[in-house]
Design a protein around this ligand. Structure first.
Ligand code: AMP
Ligand code: MG
Length: 269
């Protein structure tokens, strides 16, 4: 799969209306074929993650952002299925605690970045500090406006110190969100996910789109690119993200560490 068309080139002008949330590229099949295409990718990712861990050299940071119901949790469940939990951490960033608010906004984030040989997945991230924070005026404009440059500098520093960064914006349509919210309302085992707060955020859809557009335009860099992932179809969303992660890990040309010398002569009694 060629995922290049979903990557945002640095300094692009983005009009999200021209990015189709229900795109499925050149994928011929439908949901059934799409879902069947994932397990082999899961197996490949499992192998690559083991190699990342064994080599202990690279760090991989995956940032997931998107509107409510866009599928951040689903990506974590499906794309990372089968991957050894010892090598992966998930950090879910909620509204900051008083302790977190007493620090700068990157303080809580830096602590969760991956160590060598590890994958860290951010379910929401420091980008909330230029998304929800901007939309709700939680800090004055002069404060959030300078954060784009701060975030780029932060990510550049992580990259220079050996972190590979991939950022995914899960792009759903407003109509698809309506259907997913309705499903949460209707199904007893999904109601725990429903929050009336999500309805208030939904009313601010256009403000969020504007805030996301600014993020995509200002913070997609060579060292930390954004991908705009068509996310109305869950199976296609999973395939795109799996492919990007696999291709990126393959591009690191990782090697298993050299074994101890003299292993051939060893006899285990
Ligand atoms: P959920 O992802 O459904 O668990 O919701 C987490 C909530 O935390 C979302 O409403 C986010 O907007 C909110 N949140 C995350 N980071 C921040 C932040 N830095 N400032 C304010 N709210 C945040
Ligand atoms: Mg939510």
């Amino acid at each position: 799969m060629n995922t290049d068309k979903y990557r945002v080139a640095p300094h692009s002008k983005i009009d999200l209306k021209t990015w189709e949330p229900d795109d499925k590229g050149v994928f011929e099949g439908g949901k059934k074929e799409g879902e069947a295409a994932l397990p082999p990718l899961n197996a490949r990712l499992e192998t690559l993650q083991e190699l990342l861990y064994a080599e202990g050299k690279h760090k991989l940071l995956i940032v997931l952002q998107g509107m409510d119901t866009s599928g951040k949790d689903g990506v974590i469940r499906h794309v990372f299925e089968g991957v050894n939990p010892q090598g992966v951490s998930v950090a879910s960033f909620k509204a900051p605690t008083p302790l977190e608010l007493a620090h700068d906004y990157l303080w809580r984030v830096h602590q969760q970045t991956p160590a060598r040989g590890q994958i860290a997945i951010f379910n929401r991230s420091h980008y909330e500090d230029v998304l929800v924070v901007r939309v709700h005026n939680l800090v004055p404009p002069e404060v959030w406006k300078r954060r784009y440059a701060q975030i780029n500098a932060f990510e550049q520093q992580l990259a220079e110190e050996g972190t590979t960064i991939l950022k995914f914006f899960l792009h759903i349509s407003k109509e698809e969100q309506k259907q997913r919210l309705q499903k949460r309302l209707a199904e007893p085992e999904k109601q725990w996910k429903f929050s009336t707060g999500d309805l208030a955020e939904r009313k601010l859809w256009d403000d969020y789109l504007a805030a996301y557009t600014a993020v995509l335009e200002k913070t997609s860099t060579a060292y930390a690119p954004w991908y705009i992932v068509p996310a109305d179809r869950k199976w296609y969303r999973n395939l795109v993200i799996s492919h990007v992660i696999i291709q990126t890990l393959e591009g690191l040309h990782m090697r298993y560490p050299a074994p101890e010398t003299g292993l051939d002569d060893i006899v285990i009694e």
